[in-house]
Design a protein around this ligand. Structure first.
Ligand SMILES: [Fe+2]
Length: 256
């Protein structure tokens, strides 16, 4: 089995498992104690309903996991759960978004159109859950929420995620009747606005001194390059207006 077809899992918190409602995803434990020889065993299936006692019982396994391919379902049910605090929800959603942004923006990782497509799908799942949680926030409560969230050392990711959240709420103030799909599209535009920077050399991006005219001309291409990349990856995004996402990407440095 090559590394591409390897099944990938992620760890979830015990207190963020949905209770008293049919589960949307499978839960696994790793029954191996030998490092590098993981053996995952399914302990709960979709449709099963868990209570506090069940989840307390899982703690003997130390950690519980969900399939990476079911991350979208996990985020969806997390976002919809009324018993979980918004800060906990947004923190998990943000970690997911960081993971997908890292697949896109980390210059040390392999990058191609297929990888971008998968990362975009992950961003879509994250943004759907994010909009579900923050759509009724006002700007001041969002500001507080962002202040309460833990921050990573990766400026680009935190910046992109904050831009996406503010974009959603500013758009909602401008268009109070905007559909959830429109808010998700705007949020994705915010999350991906600097996509084209992946095509600019890191020497230019990380240069601390003044840029030469040529370097500045190169940087100025990133909004156009971002849209090109987005079109090449051609994500499905059912129900979303992809033109809105492209518009945010291509116009994000315009100044009226
Ligand atoms: Fe930019």
């Amino acid at each position: 089995m090559d590394s591409n077809s390897k099944t990938v899992y992620f760890t979830i918190d015990f207190h963020l498992v949905v209770r008293e409602k049919p589960l949307l995803y499978n839960i696994y434990i790793n029954s191996s104690t030998v490092k590098g020889k993981d053996h995952y065993v399914k302990i709960v299936r979709p449709g099963e309903v868990l209570n506090d006692e069940d989840i307390e019982g899982f703690k003997k396994y130390q950690r519980i996991h969900v399939l990476e391919s079911e991350r979208g379902l996990y985020l969806k049910s997390l976002a919809e759960d009324e018993n979980i605090e918004s800060i906990d929800k947004v923190s998990v959603i943000k970690d997911s978004a960081v993971k997908h942004l890292d697949d896109i923006f980390n210059p040390g990782k392999e990058f191609n159109t297929e990888i971008l497509g998968e990362a975009l799908d992950g961003c879509h799942d994250s943004m759907k859950a994010m909009v579900d949680v923050i759509k009724d926030y006002d700007i001041n409560s969002l500001k507080k929420l962002i202040g309460d969230l833990s921050f990573h050392d990766f400026y680009t990711y935190d910046h992109s995620i904050n831009v996406s959240m503010y974009s959603v709420l500013i758009y909602k103030q401008l268009k109070p009747k905007a559909s959830e799909a429109d808010l998700v599209a705007i949020g994705l535009g915010g999350l991906l606005h600097d996509l084209g920077k992946t095509k600019i050399s890191t020497e230019i991006l990380n240069k601390t001194g003044n840029l030469t005219d040529e370097e500045f001309a190169e940087i100025k291409k990133h909004p156009e390059l971002g849209v090109e990349l987005f079109r090449e990856a051609n994500p499905e995004f059912p129900g979303l207006k992809k033109e809105s996402i492209e518009k945010v990407i291509v116009e994000h440095h315009e100044n009226i």
